[in-house]
Design a protein around this ligand. Structure first.
Ligand code: HEC
Length: 316
C-alpha cells in the first residue's frame, strides 16, 4: 500500500490486481418441466420467495462451483474460503455482511467484480455455481433444484435470521448514531487518500497557479475528474481541498467495524495505527496551511510529511 503513494503525482501504480465474475441462464423453466410432481409446487414457490436454508442449489452444482472456485478464486480467497489477499467467503463476518440482502447481490458482486484480477469473464451461471459452493461450505443444505442465474429469481432468495454462530452484538446508542463503514480500508484509502495525496504531490512539479492548458495529458487520458470537473476550481483551491480531504478523512482509518481488504478487522485500537492516523491528519493540516500560503515551495516541502505519514502505513 505505501507504494501507492508516489511523490510526484505520477499515474498510480497498479498496486493490487482487480477481479470479477459473471452469470445468467433460464434454467428454471427446464427445472419446472423436469421436476417430479411432488416438488413442482415447491419450485413454483421458489419463484416467489425462498431462503438459503431451503435447499436452493444442488450438490452437483456446488461441485461445479468448487472447481471454478479452485481455478479462479482460491489464490486470493484461500483453499477453504478462509481468506488470503481477499476476505474470507465463509464464516460470521462474511455471512453477516451479506445476509441483509437478497442472494442476487452476492451473485452480482461476483459476476461484476470478481476475480478481481480478471473481472467480467464469468457467465451468470458460473457465478451462481460458485455461490452454490459458498452456500455448501457455509452448511446451508442442498436441494432438488439448481440455483439459476435469473436476477428476478435470485432477488427472491433471502437469508433467514439467525445465521451467525455468534450473533453480532447490538449496536450501542453511540455506535448506532455513527455511520457504519461503506468500504474496506483499501477502498477508502484508494478513493480518498490516494487522489488527494497525489494532488498535493503534483504541486511539487506543477505550479498550481499556472494557467491551465487543454493539452494536459491527464485530461486526454479520460478516466479522471479532470475531464468533467477540471475547469471548476482553480489549481490552488484544488490543493486546498486535497489537503482538507486528507486531514478530515484520516479519522476514517479508525472507524470501528471497518475491515481490511483481506477481511481482517482494521487494528483501530493498535497504538501504531492510531499514531499513523494522527500523523496523517497532521500532515493534511500542514499541507492546508502551506497551500494557503499559495507558495509552491512551501507545499513542496510539506509533501515529505505527507509521504512519510503514508510510508509508515502498515500493509493493509
Ligand atoms: C486477485 C485476487 C482475487 C481473486 C482471484 C478473487 N478475488 Fe474476490 N476479492 C478480492 C479482494 C481484494 C476483495 C475485497 C474487495 C472487494 O470487495 O471488491 C474481494 C472480495 C470478494 C467478495 C466480497 C466479500 C465480502 O465479504 O464483501 C466476494 C463474494 C468475492 N471476492 C468472490 C470471489 C470469487 C467467487 C472469486 C473467483 C471467481 C474471486 N473473488 C476471485 C480479491 C480476489
Amino acid at each position: 500500500m505505501p507504494s501507492s503513494f508516489n511523490r510526484r503525482g505520477e499515474s498510480a501504480p497498479r498496486a493490487v490486481p482487480l477481479s470479477i465474475l459473471s452469470c445468467c441462464c433460464a434454467l428454471l423453466v427446464a427445472l419446472l418441466a423436469c421436476a417430479p410432481a411432488g416438488s413442482f409446487s415447491l419450485a413454483v414457490h421458489a419463484q416467489q420467495s425462498q431462503t438459503v436454508k431451503q435447499g436452493v442449489y444442488t450438490e452437483e452444482q456446488a461441485k461445479r462451483g468448487q472447481s471454478i472456485y479452485k481455478d479462479r478464486c482460491s489464490s486470493c480467497h484461500g483453499e477453504t474460503l478462509e481468506g488470503r489477499l481477499g476476505p474470507p467467503l465463509a464464516g460470521d463476518n462474511f455471512i453477516g455482511d451479506w445476509d441483509k440482502q437478497p442472494l442476487s447481490e452476492l451473485v452480482n458482486k461476483i459476476r461484476n467484480t470478481m476475480p478481481q484480477n480478471d473481472p467480467g469473464k464469468l457467465t451468470g451461471q458460473q457465478a451462481a455455481d460458485i455461490v452454490a459452493y459458498i452456500l455448501q461450505v457455509g452448511k446451508f443444505p442442498a436441494g432438488q433444484a439448481e440455483l439459476g442465474a435469473d436476477e428476478a429469481v435470485l432477488k427472491q432468495v433471502t437469508w433467514p435470521a439467525g445465521n451467525l454462530a455468534q450473533p453480532k452484538p447490538r449496536p450501542t446508542a453511540t455506535q448506532a448514531s455513527s455511520f457504519p463503514p461503506a468500504g474496506n480500508l483499501a477502498q477508502v484509502m484508494r478513493g480518498i487518500l490516494f487522489p488527494s495525496s497525489n494532488i498535493i504531490f503534483t504541486a511539487q512539479t506543477l505550479d498550481p497557479g499556472a494557467p491551465r492548458t487543454t493539452t494536459d495529458r491527464a485530461a486526454a487520458e479520460g478516466f479522471n475528474w479532470i475531464t468533467w470537473g477540471g475547469g471548476i476550481y482553480p489549481g490552488w483551491e484544488l490543493v486546498d481541498y486535497a489537503a482538507v480531504a486528507l486531514a478530515e478523512s484520516a479519522p476514517l482509518m479508525l472507524t470501528p467495524g471497518r475491515r481490511c481488504e483481506n477481511g481482517k478487522p482494521v487494528p483501530v485500537d493498535d497504538a501504531d495505527w492510531v499514531k499513523f492516523t494522527v500523523e496523517l491528519a497532521e500532515a493534511g493540516k500542514a499541507a492546508y496551511k502551506a497551500s494557503q500560503s499559495r507558495n509552491q515551495a512551501a507545499v513542496s516541502d510539506v509533501t515529505n510529511q505527507v509521504a512519510d505519514a503514508c510510508l509508515k502505513l502498515p500493509v493493509v
